[in-house]
Design a protein around this ligand. Sequence first.
Ligand code: CTP
Ligand code: CA
Length: 225
Amino acid sequence: RGPRALETDLAGRHVVISAGGTREPLDPVRYLGNRSSGKQGYALARTALARGARVTLVSANTGLADPAGADVVRVGTAVQLREAVLKAASDADVVVMAAAVADFRPARYAEGKIKKKDGEEPAPVELVRNPDVLAELSAERPHPAQIVVGFAAETDDVLANGRAKLARKGCDLLVVNEVGDHKAFGSEENEAVVLGADGTETAVPYGPKEALAEQVWDLVAARLS
Ligand code: CTP
Ligand code: CA
């Protein structure tokens, strides 16, 4: 199968992609955030559009240009992202969770800016758990044929941690990145292994985020019935 022949293999499909990183506000001027740029999620959106899909892109704090033809929903926090993704997923064939979702959020939001006081130590920030959107999507699919894809960034024991995470989340595919000095965050390139719930393992060599996106769609298209 040549790549040209696959150009419209997602025609008639609705795919939902989350991208970017959530921000969890602490007070009107501060938040807990992460280093996700959103570039991998946007590359997934552009390539899915090129392959004929209808795309809903749930974008968290990216500042990237809207891919032409995508339905873009902007969100800030993990709770907002969950709401937008679950809503869009109700008629989706595929959901890809490329966003970095904060695991925790501040337990309390200060309505006024938190001020320091002379001679006083800072108060600790109490955190509470955010919902796990990927686990929820995987467990409560609106129809059994829906394909759910997760992403994971790991610093050590990449494959073992990835396999355990795939099983824990219950998704069909998990794209595992090794994060290091020049990989993944903010860069234009990525290297990954895509783990399948069916035991498959697909290594994607270091290259543009578009190439990883195309590989993900190849694996998804092969699983769409
Ligand atoms: N994810 C999610 N909701 C969360 C946290 C993560 O949907 N509250 C999704 C991410 O979008 C990603 C996948 O789960 O697709 C894996 O994220 P990761 O942070 O690697 O997994 P965690 O279960 O949070 O594990 P860890 O403790 O390693 O952070
Ligand atoms: Ca996490």
